[in-house]
Design a protein around this ligand. Structure first.
Ligand SMILES: [Fe+2]
Ligand SMILES: [Fe+2]
Length: 179
């Protein structure tokens, strides 16, 4: 994985403890709904409590860069694919350890079919494939082409960028890495 989008162990440890308590309040939920609209909001709400909080933090971060509506939506939805194969706290710790010790195998485990993968391999499936899953989900809910692209590519380094996408991509990746 590219250096720019590497998730540090500290990031994961922070996420771990955040997951124990994090929850959006009523006002925050209303603000998210206002940005996403009802269809995309329904996708957002499928995320676990702590993932919603993480997305909210990334959104607040991109707001500081005067993000337009599409980048704001991408910030809120970038991890929405994680709802398909939710991770426990233990899974997240395992992903950090696994990627440190068995980086190449983790990539391979990430490509396994979820139904046949062993329990201990499944967290890597979510880690590898949630960008594609998320893009699929929000495309079905009529997200714009740019929002779909940003979600699909938030964990990779694209060879090329469509016109006017690169700056938003960089802002999103940087914000995600900070939270
Ligand atoms: Fe992600
Ligand atoms: Fe994220």
């Amino acid at each position: 994985m590219n250096e720019r989008i590497r998730f540090t162990p500290l990031y994961r440890v922070r996420q771990f403890f955040q997951a124990l308590t994090a929850e959006l309040n009523t006002d925050q939920v209303a603000n998210v709904l206002a940005i996403l609209g009802p269809e995309l909001f329904s996708v957002f709400r499928q995320l676990s409590r702590d993932e919603q909080y993480h997305a909210w933090c990334v959104w607040q971060d991109v707001l500081a860069s005067q993000a337009d509506g599409e980048l704001q939506q991408a910030a809120l939805l970038h991890d929405c694919g994680k709802a398909r194969l939710p991770l426990t706290l233990f899974d997240r710790v395992w992903i950090v350890i696994g990627k440190k010790l068995f980086a190449r195998q983790c990539k391979l485990w990430g490509q396994l079919p979820a139904k046949t993968a062993k329990r201990w391999q499944r967290p890597f499936i979510c880690a590898e494939r949630h960008p594609a899953w998320g893009a699929e989900q929000i495309q079905a809910k009529h997200a714009s082409e740019k929002v779909v692209w940003l979600v699909a590519n938030h964990q990779s380094v694209p060879d090329a960028f469509p016109p006017n996408y690169e700056e938003d991509y960089k802002i999103l990746i940087a914000a995600d890495n900070r939270h």
